[in-house]
Design a protein around this ligand. Sequence first.
Ligand SMILES: [Zn+2]
Length: 247
Amino acid sequence: MSNNRSLFTQVRDLDPAETVTLGDGRDLEVKSVGTVVLEMLLPDGSSRRCSLQRVLYVPKLAYNLVSVSRATEAEKTVTFSRKGCEFLNSCGQTIAFATKQGSLYHLELCRKSQESVHAVQKENKERLWHRRFGHLNKQSLQKLVKKELVNRLDYDTSGRVGICESCIGGKQSKVPFKTSTTKTSEPLELVHSDLCGKMGEKSVGGAEYFLTFLDHHTRCILSRGRTKPSVLSETGRLKWKIELVDD
Ligand SMILES: [Zn+2]
């Protein structure tokens, strides 16, 4: 939750406005919801850019607050100690650190973070060309200008592209899964299932989730749209097994 609208890189106004109840029982108005990108200062002196999703804009809030439960929902691990509070990603890397000051934990941010976040608000021509060339990196854009490879390319090589949220999201990587050594001898002996959602848009049939089944032996895949994030009942499971065999 933030009281500073200029920190948001993407924001959607809520109409009608919603309310949030604070720890002291007060209800405050939530005007908008959006994304905030912050440059976190880590204990080893390095920095890391973090994109906070679904941040609430609450104008009357006294402090900017980070929800620990939201962080853990997003598969981050949060550990508290006498020194401070550490946020780890799913690979166990530290992504943010908060030092204990009195009874509160203050998130350590790079000084330039606020400037950077402000900078992203303004669309500059460097950022525009970065997007026009399919999110091309700065070095390659500079090469295009220096070698005069593109006519009328109005790109200032000393200018800054700033934070590009799409690039941050697109370049995030995940540690690969371990190679499976499990062997099966017949179809349906082992079935892997996964539920995906909630999607931003509903399907024509009203589904906001989809459930996939993968038969380990035959590698047959079935997917089913779901309106709720629930797994299938026993009857449902039997039904799709029949479908899988028929297919
Ligand atoms: Zn980009």
